[in-house]
Write a protein that binds this ligand. Sequence first.
Ligand SMILES: *Cc1c(COP(=O)(O)O)cnc(C)c1O
Length: 368
Amino acid sequence: MIKTNKIGDFAVKGVQNLIPYVPGKPIDELKRELGLTEIVKLASNENPLGPGSKVLLAIQKTLTELSRYPDGNGFALKQALAKKLNVLTSQITLGNGSNEILELVARTFLTPDSEVVFSQHAFAVYPLVTQAAGATARVAPALNFGHDLDAMVAMVNSKTRVVFIANPNNPTGTLIEKKVLKNFLSALPETVVCILDEAYFEFVDQDKRVDSIEWLKEYPNLIITRTFSKAYGLAGLRIGYGVSSTELADLFNRVRQPFNNNMLALAAAEEALIDEDYLAETITTNKQGMQFLTNAFSKLGLSWIPSSGNFVSVDLKQESMPIYQALLEKGVIVRPVANYEMPNHLRISIGTEKENQFFVTALKDILS
Ligand SMILES: *Cc1c(COP(=O)(O)O)cnc(C)c1O
């Protein structure tokens, strides 16, 4: 028999077997499905305050320019970031969300011969970009849901090109101690790129924050990624950045699309950086919401993983999928994390006071 190939058989191996990223359920989709009008979405670690009013004004001012291409070098935003972070503009790579930076690193460094190290329960995009490049993932077992950096460094060999670290990690919220992280970086060969993913940096308590940017002077193989999607409330515009040595940034800037950041995102991010009141309100709202939710879990006899982010993963002590479904029926979207090997947990993004209350009431109803 003659075997005929389908066009899909010719796609690169890693892509053929790729399981797509599953995003949080969109609000409109649930409205359509259930005919509900009030939906609370606590599923994607978005900023519950909505975009800041100053940012909206900056976007509005930019609208008349939309027939032009955006600034492909993001000059003004890079200047603002460089000043704020005390680095050179040549050390910055702007991305279509910080997810794009993760992908740029993979495209720049990974081949089917290379290996990548990351932790169990780590952010889902790491295995995704690794597999798409055809590289091999080495997954270090977690320690109390956090990164076990000793186990991770032990997996590094001559084929390892990239190590991903999320600090705080999503979906666990775990934070790595400063000293432990520094020792890890020192132990890592200079020929391995370390991505320190700080998507939730702004939510970390001041006294627990790592001044990772300062470490760039010591480690030319380090890249720190941050985003405007979470604390800055701009998830829908897709803008994030990497800070690294100039040598690394130069490589990533060769690989990226010439106009990877749209004009509205550039203008909005620049304004968001200087809107300190919005950021402060975001952090206060998060702190209060985290307190409220964990108190409620405590009263329900549930435990949770202590989180340094704008979300918390709660242990339901039973399979979480039916409870996720029951919450959906009450108009609450949260995030199941079975795909992260956490079948009994649900990840809840911290919402406004009202949203948090709505969720807790629904959860109480379901569990009683
Ligand atoms: C949300 C998130 C990101 C980035 O998201 P972007 O919207 O692409 O900037 C990166 N890493 C982790 C761990 C995240 O949770």
